[in-house]
Design a binder for this molecule. Structure first.
Ligand SMILES: C[S@@+](CC[C@H](N)C(=O)[O-])C[C@H]1O[C@@H](n2cnc3c(N)ncnc32)[C@H](O)[C@@H]1O
Length: 272
């Protein structure tokens, strides 16, 4: 049998380079408890890719159930083989796959819906972003919440490459295009190996760089009653610490990360 070289698999490299599923799950669990005073069980991961976060959610508590929605059948199949089927059977059977467009899924209704790693930036027009948020709003139980992430700051509008050395490979974030007329941006992920070989354009993103103001306004137009922004703390060198706090104001900074949370009925006001 050929030896499986995990460093040539773009999904393994992606998961190691950009995902922190345990931190993400801890964060959404905390948000829900804070809003409604009890833990959630039903979670949907939109644009789920390989469903790393769904798996982490199912592992968190024995009653937790996760649904992952993704258009790409091949990526879902990869997630089933490499992530879901490696869980104990009692956990794996609580992770479901939905091979559909996120715009078309509204059932079953959920307590938490998440869209991570900026995936909803594929919606470049406000009407499309609104249609997505409306579909999410219709998919939530009254005591529900939607959480998505965003990045920004003036460095996100610069054509540049950022290299991060990781165990066994270098992760390269390549901002190739930014058009200030419409905020459209094209970015790539490349991987470089110690032998000098490159995996070029392992992933390409053709996105609109949405602002936090626009995202929150669009959520409210979609019927959410309340929005919040959790802003990442920075250390003295201006690097993100991975700790997010609810903020109404923040100092402008060259590069920032944040989570936006939408509540369908306002916190604690959701009727069962
Ligand atoms: C950037 S990856 C996100 C992976 C994962 N969510 C994460 O946190 O890293 C974007 C995923 O969204 C999927 N996708 C793009 N448009 C979609 C749509 N309209 N409905 C469902 N999935 C979509 C792609 O197939 C891809 O797997």
């Amino acid at each position: 049998m050929p030896r499986y070289n995990h460093k040539t698999d773009k999904h393994i490299l992606y998961q190691e380079a950009v995902q922190s599923a345990d931190a993400e799950v801890e964060f959404i669990d905390r948000l829900y408890r804070k809003a409604y005073g009890r833990p959630a069980t039903l979670f949907r991961e939109d644009f789920c890719g390989t469903q790393l976060i769904s798996c982490e959610w199912a592992k968190l508590r024995p009653r937790n159930i996760a649904y992952g929605v993704d258009l790409c059948r091949k990526t879902l199949a990869w997630g089933l083989r490499h992530n879901i089927s490696r869980l104990p059977e009692r956990v794996a059977r609580r992770v479901h796959q939905v091979n559909k467009n996120v715009l078309e899924v509204t059932r079953p209704k959920m307590e938490i819906i998440g869209a991570f790693n900026f995936s909803y930036f594929i919606f470049k027009h406000r009407c499309d972003l609104l249609a997505y948020f409306q579909a999410v709003r219709r998919s939530l139980l009254p005591k529900g919440l939607f959480v998505c992430d965003a990045y920004g700051g003036w460095e996100s509008q610069q054509v540049m490459k950022e290299k991060t050395k990781l165990k066994g490979f270098t992760y390269i974030w390549d901002q190739e295009v930014y058009n200030p007329i419409n905020d459209h941006t094209i970015c790539h992920i490349h991987f470089k190996f110690p032998n000098g070989k490159m995996m070029k354009r392992a992933f390409t993103y053709d996105w609109r760089l949405w602002s936090l103001g626009d995202i929150q306004d669009t959520m409210l137009d979609a019927g959410f009653r309340e929005t919040e922004v959790y802003w990442e703390d920075e250390d003295e060198d201006g690097e993100g610490t991975g700790v997010y706090r609810k903020r109404a104001r923040a100092d402008n900074s060259p590069g920032w990360n944040a989570y936006i949370v939408g509540y369908p009925s306002g916190q604690t006001h959701g009727a069962e």
